[in-house]
Design a protein around this ligand. Structure first.
Ligand SMILES: [Ca+2]
Length: 532
């Protein structure tokens, strides 16, 4: 910093404005940049007032090879003080020898040769895009202390003329801000007045998969502070994933929970199978790879009810899937053979085998003695629904139901059936006689034959034997015994009867004899029937 107050003998004025000079000691600017610099930190580029001022500046400012811009430029072809908008008067001109020459016809801005070996303190027109130091002033109002040196009159401002004093010239500091270090992303800065200095701007980006939190551009302010806090880059978030029902989620996170780079693997509980990708990854765009994953119950083959039976299933997770239970039953008259229920296992197979329904069996029926059996079977021999009809041979009558049916409980309807021989009336021996019966099937029943004989001295009148027929009636009539004539013994008696009856057992002897008698002359047998 240069301080100088080397103009002695100047009258001091109170309550007037003053100005101070400043220049940029870092960086060179185009004329526009220089004016911006001056307007930002001070008042404007200097307007040269008089020769004392020029001398002062030339003496006080350091030499710089490119010299300093001042607040004079060509506007509409006229050299104009930009601070006041007033044209440069002929008297105030201070051009260097041969200037303004407007070389190449683009020299519209003015520099001042500070400490040039020749033409020091003079002006030269220059292209405005050349880079030079900025020479600024600050207009100040207030008490002027006795230490201020009078230089000259300042420009009119606010209706009064500033008293120009030049207490010192500031080389302008660079107004540095803190150096920025990017956090997790690229940083692109431009430094018009020096690294991380006034008006430096830094643009911040983030790598793929990361989002910026905070301002995208920071500017270094005159206060030597950045316009905002340095932004950070955070990983792009994906929606939070949850474990599928009946499944589990296993995530690994690179940068944060469910953010770019996170991967989640899925698995299912026993009995469930994964549908969808086994793992998903959070992408840079904040969406997960793949579709949603779910766990489906493992399916077993579809079961059906057995013939003549029913099936009732309960499904925990879905039709005929893991955990489904099916119970089996049979219709009335049928019995289940096999397991009563099956369960769908985690391997997709059923426990056990499918049961089947078998018709309930009844005891095998046989035809009654002297009878016949005629059965019809619906489902199998002598099983539920079988019916058996009974019939008897000639001469026998059915006792019990004519037909029986096999019921659902495995028993036959009705009682056992039998064939009984048809009964004839009980016969008695004739008076004075005897009766000898032979019974084939029962006393005095079908097939029974009874032979009749008389005591000595009596003769049988009528048939000597009768037979019980299938109609339940006896052949012929009951014979009777009559007293025979004394002492008369027929030839038949002597030769035949005794012979036949003694040789053959009754009634066969008598039968034969009776037949023989038919061949003999009438009266022989009849007379000889009685006892002598
Ligand atoms: Ca020139």
């Amino acid at each position: 910093m240069i301080t100088s107050s080397s103009f002695p003998g100047m009258v001091l004025w109170v309550q007037v404005g003053a100005w101070t000079y400043h220049y940029s000691d870092q960086g060179d600017y185009t004329w526009e940049q220089a004016r911006n610099f001056c307007q930002t930190f001070f008042t404007d580029l200097v307007a040269i007032q008089n020769q004392q001022e020029i001398e002062y500046l030339n003496k006080s400012l350091p030499f710089h090879g490119r010299y300093y811009w001042i607040g004079l430029r060509k506007l509409g072809g006229i050299w104009t003080w930009v601070g006041t908008g007033k044209a440069l008067s002929k008297e105030a001109e201070n051009w260097a020898l041969g200037e303004p020459n407007n070389r190449r016809s683009n020299q519209d801005c003015v520099e001042i040769y500070i400490q040039r070996p020749q033409q020091a303190g003079k002006w030269n027109d220059e292209p405005c895009n050349r880079k030079k130091k900025a020479l600024c002033y600050r207009g100040e109002w207030g008490d002027c202390g006795p230490e201020l040196d009078w230089v000259g009159w300042g420009p009119w401002q606010g209706g009064q003329q500033l008293l120009m004093t030049v207490p010192y010239i500031h080389p302008h500091p660079s107004f540095p801000c803190a150096k920025l270090e990017p956090k997790g992303g690229p940083m692109n800065c431009s430094h018009p007045y020096g690294d991380f200095s006034y008006n430096s701007t830094c643009e911040f980006g983030c790598h793929e998969g990361f989002e910026r939190r905070g301002a995208g551009v920071l500017r270094c302010l005159p206060s030597q502070e950045w316009s905002a806090n340095i932004p950070t880059c955070t990983a792009v978030a994906c929606p939070v994933l949850r474990a599928p029902e009946k499944g589990e989620l296993n995530c690994s996170h690179l940068h944060g929970d469910f953010t770019f780079g996170s991967t989640c693997a899925f698995s299912c509980q026993k009995g469930f199978v994964l549908k969808g990708p086994e793992s998903r990854e959070c992408t840079a765009t904040g969406i997960w790879t793949g579709d949603a994953t779910r766990c489906e119950a493992i399916a077993c083959p579809v079961l059906s009810a057995p013939d003549q039976g029913e099936m009732h299933c309960s499904h925990l997770h879905g039709n005929f899937t893991y955990g489904s239970m099916c119970a089996f039953s049979c219709q009335t008259g049928f019995a289940l053979v096999g397991l009563q229920s099956r369960e769908c296992t985690a391997t997709g197979t059923w426990t056990g085998d499918t049961p089947h329904c078998e018709a309930v069996t009844c005891p095998v029926l046989r035809a009654p003695e002297k009878g016949e059996l005629n059965c019809s079977h619906l489902h199998g021999d002598f099983t539920f629904g079988s019916t058996c009809a009974f019939s008897c041979q000639k001469g026998f009558v059915l006792k019990g139901p004519e037909s029986r049916e096999c019921t659902a409980t495995g028993t036959w309807t009705g009682d056992a059936t039998r064939c009984e021989a048809i009964a004839c009336p009980v016969l008695r021996a004739p008076e004075k006689g005897e009766m000898h019966c032979s019974h084939l099937h029962g006393n005095f029943t079908y097939g029974s034959t009874c032979a009749f004989s008389c005591q000595k001295g009596f003769v049988l009148k009528g048939l000597e034997s009768r037979e019980c027929t299938a109609m339940g009636i006896w052949t012929g009539d009951t014979p009777h015994c009559e007293a025979a004539a004394q002492g008369v013994i027929g030839l038949g008696q002597a030769l035949g009867y005794s012979l036949f009856t003694e040789l053959l057992p009754p009634p066969w002897g008598l039968h034969l004899w009776l037949h023989v008698c038919l061949l003999l002359p009438e009266g022989v047998c009849a007379e000889g029937a009685g006892e002598p």
